[in-house]
Ligand binder design. Structure first.
Ligand code: SAH
Length: 506
C-alpha cells in the first residue's frame, strides 16, 4: 500500500464552553495542553490559552459577518493547511463546536481531505446562559420542549429555513442565538404569526461572565427594553414561560458578582488568585507587578543541602520559596527525602500547602501568618535557643525574622533562594479601565507589589477612578498608606482568601 507522503495531523474540533474559561470539558483542556497548533474564534475566552504550550502556534480567527473579517472559506483552507504542518491541531470554538458554529462544514472539509478528526462537545451558550440566569428551559411543569433557533434569518421570508408558524404555536421554550441584530423583527414576526405579545421573554448578555446582564420583559417590549438597557451581542434570547423570573438567578447572588478586581502578584500567583475571584462571581484583571527569579546555582545548592543535615529546623517563608527549592531539588535528581528528620516551619497556610504538594507537612506554623508570629512560634515551641536554623527565603524579605531569631540565640544558616524582580503590567488596558471607572478593587499582597504597581500607575488616576484598595495584611497596608492612599479592606487572615473575605465585608 502506498504511504501518504505528506504527514496529516489529527484535528480536534473542541468546544470552549460559553464564556467562563473553566466551563471547558476535561477532554478539551487536555487536548489544549497537547496541541501543536490552536486556531480559535472570537467568542473563545482567551484565558483558555494558558493551557497551551509556549512553543505551540496560536492563530486567532475573528470571523464576523462584517467586512474585513476572515471568511469561513479561508478558515477551512487554513485548517487543512495547518493540519498538514502539525500533529495535534485544536480548532477551538465558542460554546459547542457544532451548535450554530459551522463545525459541520469544517468536519466535512477535513473528511474530504482525508484528515482524521474528532469532535469534542462543549457547553453551548443557549443552555449555559439560561442556567446562569435561572431560566429553567425544560421544567416539566411548564415547558416540555425546547427549540434552538438562529436569529440571523428573521428577515427575508422566502429564504428563511425557520418554520415561523410552528414557532408561534410552540408551547415550550424558544432559544435564539445571534438574535440581537434582529430582535425587533424576531418579536414582530412571532407576534404576526400568532404568538401572544404577552409571552415572557428574557435576554442574557455575556452569559457566565462577571459582566453578565439579564433583561426580562414581555415579547412585545423586549427589543425596546434591551435597547434602553444597552444590551447587545453576544446574547441569548429566550421566549416562553421559562423566561419568567423564577427567583433562581443564583449567579448574581455570588459575593463578588459584578466586581472587577485587579490582582498584582506574579503571573502564577495571579492565576491562582484569579480563579478564586472567578469562583465568587467577580472579574479578575491580571496586572503582574513582579516576576519570581530563582537565585540558586548548582554549587550553592549542593552546599546548602549538605548543611541542611546539620540543622534542626528549616524555615520556609513563602509558597514561592518552597516551589523554587523543590524545582531545584528535582532538577538535581533528588526528592523530599533530603529532609530526613529535620523539622520544617512554614509561615502560613499557603506555604504549608505548597509543602504538602511535595508530601511534607510543616511541624510549626503560627496562628497568625506573619514572620513575627513565626519567630514567636519557633521560640515558644521549637526550643530553638542554641540550635541551627536554616532560613530559605526571598532576597527582598524584611530582616525582621533573622533579627528575632538571632536575638533568641539561634545559629542562623540559610540562603536567599529567590527574588522578585519588577514586571511591567498591561498599563494601557488598566489606565483605560480606570478612566472608564470600571474597576472596583486593587489588591496587594506585599510591599513590593505596591511599590511596583504605583511606579507604573499614577496615584492621581487611582484616586479619581473611585477604586478601592485592599491589603493582605498590616505590612502591605503600611506600604499603601505611605504613598498617600487609603486602605479600604485589610485581611484578618493573611492569605488571598482572607483578602477576598475582607473585600466581601465592605
Ligand atoms: N457554538 C456556539 C454558538 C455560536 S453562534 C455555542 O454553542 O454557544 C454565536 C451566538 O452564541 C451569539 O450570537 C450568542 O447568541 C451566543 N453566545 C455565545 N456566547 C455567549 C455568551 N457568553 N452569552 C450569551 N450568548 C452567547
Amino acid at each position: 500500500m502506498a504511504r501518504k507522503e505528506k504527514k496529516l495531523g489529527r484535528v480536534y474540533l473542541v468546544g470552549a464552553g460559553p464564556g467562563r474559561a473553566d466551563l471547558i470539558t476535561v477532554r478539551g483542556a487536555k487536548l489544549l495542553k497537547q496541541a501543536d497548533c490552536v486556531i480559535y474564534d472570537k467568542l473563545v475566552n482567551p484565558a483558555l490559552l494558558r493551557y497551551v504550550r509556549e512553543d505551540a502556534e496560536i492563530i486567532h480567527t475573528p470571523k464576523r459577518v462584517s467586512e474585513g473579517s476572515v471568511s469561513q472559506g479561508s478558515i477551512n483552507e487554513l485548517l487543512v493547511e495547518k493540519a498538514g504542518e502539525h500533529d495535534v491541531l485544536v480548532r477551538l470554538k465558542g460554546g459547542d463546536p457544532c451548535m450554530f458554529g459551522r463545525g459541520a462544514e469544517e468536519a466535512e472539509i477535513l473528511s474530504g481531505s482525508s484528515i482524521e478528526f474528532e469532535i469534542v462537545p462543549g457547553i453551548t451558550a443557549g443552555v449555559a446562559a439560561c442556567e446562569y440566569a435561572g431560566v429553567m428551559l425544560t421544567d416539566r411543569r411548564y415547558s416540555s420542549e425546547a427549540a434552538f433557533v438562529t436569529g440571523r434569518e428573521a428577515e427575508g421570508k422566502q429564504s428563511s429555513g425557520i418554520d415561523w408558524p410552528l414557532l408561534a404555536k410552540w408551547r415550550g421554550s424558544i432559544i435564539f442565538y445571534m438574535g440581537m441584530g434582529n430582535l425587533e423583527k424576531i418579536a414582530e414576526r412571532l407576534i404576526d404569526e400568532g404568538l401572544s405579545g404577552d409571552t415572557a421573554a428574557a435576554v442574557i448578555q455575556n452569559a457566565t461572565l462577571p459582566n453578565q446582564r439579564v433583561v426580562r420583559s414581555l415579547l412585545r417590549d423586549i427589543a425596546k427594553q434591551c435597547k434602553r438597557a444597552g444590551i447587545g451581542a453576544p446574547a441569548i434570547v429566550v421566549i416562553g414561560k421559562a423566561a419568567k423570573d423564577s427567583g433562581l438567578e443564583w449567579f448574581r447572588r455570588l459575593p463578588l458578582f459584578g466586581k472587577s478586581i485587579v490582582v498584582t502578584r506574579d503571573a502564577t500567583g495571579n492565576a491562582e488568585f484569579a480563579e478564586k475571584i472567578t469562583e465568587r462571581g467577580g472579574e479578575a484583571l491580571s496586572f503582574p507587578t513582579i516576576k519570581i527569579k530563582s537565585l540558586t546555582d548548582e554549587d550553592k545548592f549542593t552546599g546548602l543541602l549538605k548543611r541542611l543535615w546539620e540543622c534542626e529546623v528549616v524555615v520556609f517563608t513563602s509558597a514561592n520559596g518552597v516551589r523554587i527549592f523543590f524545582d531545584f531539588l528535582s532538577r538535581m535528581g533528588k526528592d523530599s527525602r533530603v529532609f530526613g528528620n529535620v523539622e520544617i516551619a512554614a509561615v502560613g497556610l499557603p506555604t504549608m500547602r505548597a509543602l504538602m504538594d511535595y508530601g511534607l507537612r510543616a511541624d510549626y506554623m503560627p496562628a497568625e501568618f506573619t514572620t513575627k508570629a513565626l519567630a514567636q512560634e519557633l521560640i515558644n515551641k521549637a526550643n530553638i535557643k542554641g540550635k541551627r536554623v536554616m532560613l530559605l527565603r526571598s532576597a527582598i524579605a524584611s530582616d525582621e525574622l533573622p533579627r528575632l531569631l538571632l536575638e533568641a540565640g539561634v545559629q542562623l544558616d540559610g540562603a536567599e533562594v529567590y527574588t522578585a524582580v519588577r514586571h511591567t503590567g498591561p498599563v494601557e488596558m488598566l489606565e483605560q479601565r480606570l478612566r472608564e471607572k470600571s474597576v472596583h478593587w486593587l489588591t496587594f499582597t506585599s510591599p513590593s507589589t505596591v511599590e511596583n504597581f504605583f511606579e507604573q500607575i499614577d496615584t492621581v488616576l487611582v484616586k479619581s477612578a473611585g477604586v478601592r484598595i485592599a491589603s493582605i495584611g498590616p505590612v502591605t497596608a503600611d506600604a499603601i498608606r505611605k504613598i498617600g492612599l487609603t486602605v479600604d479592606a485589610e485581611a484578618k487572615e493573611y492569605t488571598t482568601d482572607g483578602l477576598l473575605k475582607a473585600i466581601e465585608q465592605v
